[in-house]
Design a protein around this ligand. Structure first.
Ligand code: ZN
Length: 375
């Protein structure tokens, strides 16, 4: 068989220019939400793309095994629950329910695994003990810190920028108990005013990166095929996750490929509650079909950042109609269907796949309607 035969796209997916050779299934870990607030278009974009990755894998003959965790132990969650005058567990359950409802409306398939951080406390304690044993961490004043000084260099980030990002994402670089400002808590001592658990080091709670390491290692073992999440998680969260997981297991690289989905901005600004520019999924769903929202998210390269405007939904709606009309035609060739598969195998190139499907119609278009989750 030459390189252009009908089997060329089977089991091979290019992600960010890297060929991921797969035989049977693919382990995909996606960093999920901290259920303390409403779901906005930025969240939806990440998880619609993870869903799309799973659907594309299935088209290529590979069974996706997706784990999307829930970070339901977190300082910001505690703070939000306290402000609302309710306990964190109840608050997280309500947030999770709303998130699930909206993701269902957006036609996401349920992930195969959905671990919740609060069920992995003993695993984080074990993780801390292993890291202490191997000398990758040290215990100090009731906390266990992972030695993170080398992480920014590995992630290609300079020291000053790493400090800024560490502070922004709750890494407490100014914590005087640490040997190095870029060390991170695997286990963080805390008082009775915070949700906490007993441990060999006293009362405390898991660190954010450590929670995800504990969940990914428990579900998938030492490594994953793809680790995904929003691009803003690349540092510190994913960089620390990889280094900590490798220190735990000795298996490197932890992730064969990274799937950092582009950030969505509004008038050039990152969406944030403080900026008052959140585009809520519930508001979009009230006025537009889910398929149009999916089309807006997916008809672009997955890794680029983009700026939301309401006109994009009109464009997506028009594109959707074109595709549906093409899918209604009986014409279409096996070759076109194969070209759709090849476009999706080449870094999930949806715009090219759409052009082929709309042009050819028939089976190629019907295949694409299914793979994009537009049914
Ligand atoms: Zn994570």
């Amino acid at each position: 068989m030459d390189g252009h035969g009908p089997w060329e796209a089977e089991g091979a997916l290019q992600l960010a220019g890297q060929r991921l050779a797969l035989l049977d299934s693919a382990r995909v870990y996606a960093c999920g939400i901290t259920p303390y607030d409403v779901t906005h278009l930025g969240h939806a974009t990440t998880f619609v793309w993870v869903d799309m990755l799973g659907r594309a894998l299935r088209l290529l003959g590979i069974e996706p095994d997706i784990c999307r965790n829930v970070t339901d132990v977190d300082d910001v969650l505690d703070d939000a629950a306290a402000r609302a005058g309710t306990d964190a567990e109840w608050f997280a359950a309500v947030g999770q329910f709303q998130f699930d409802t909206e993701m269902n409306q957006l036609n996401l398939r349920s992930p195969q695994h959905e671990p919740r951080a609060h069920r992995y406390i003993p695993h984080v304690v074990r993780l801390a003990r292993h890291l202490l044993h191997s000398g990758s961490a040290y215990a100090r004043e009731g906390s266990v810190y992972f030695k993170g000084g080398q992480v920014p260099a590995r992630a290609g980030i300079d020291h000053d920028r790493a400090l800024e990002l560490a502070a922004e994402y709750g890494g407490r670089p100014d914590d005087p108990a640490k040997d190095h400002p870029l060390d991170v808590a695997v286990w963080q001592a805390c008082g009775p005013d915070r949700v906490g658990w007993q441990s060999p080091w006293g009362r405390g709670r898991p660190g954010w990166h450590a929670e995800c390491v504990a969940m990914s290692a428990s579900v998938f073992g030492p490594a994953v095929d793809v680790h995904g999440g929003g691009a803003d998680l690349a540092f510190p969260h994913h960089a620390y996750h990889a280094v900590m997981a490798e220190a735990l297991t000795g298996v490197a690289p932890y992730a064969r490929a990274w799937f950092h989905v582009g950030t969505v901005t509004v008038e050039g600004e990152k969406m944030a509650k403080s900026a008052g520019n959140l585009v809520l999924v519930s508001d979009l769903l009230a006025e537009h079909p889910a398929a149009a929202i999916r089309m807006m998210i997916l008809d672009r390269p997955w890794h680029t950042c983009w700026d939301y405007s309401p006109e994009l939904l009109d464009t997506a709606g028009a594109r959707l109609e074109e595709l549906y009309r093409a899918a209604g035609r009986s014409s279409g060739s096996a070759a076109a269907q194969q070209r759709v598969r090849q476009a999706l195998a080449a870094d999930l190139d949806v715009p090219t796949a759409l052009d082929i499907a709309v042009d050819s119609g028939g089976d190629a278009a019907r295949t694409l309607v299914t793979v994009l989750g537009l049914t």
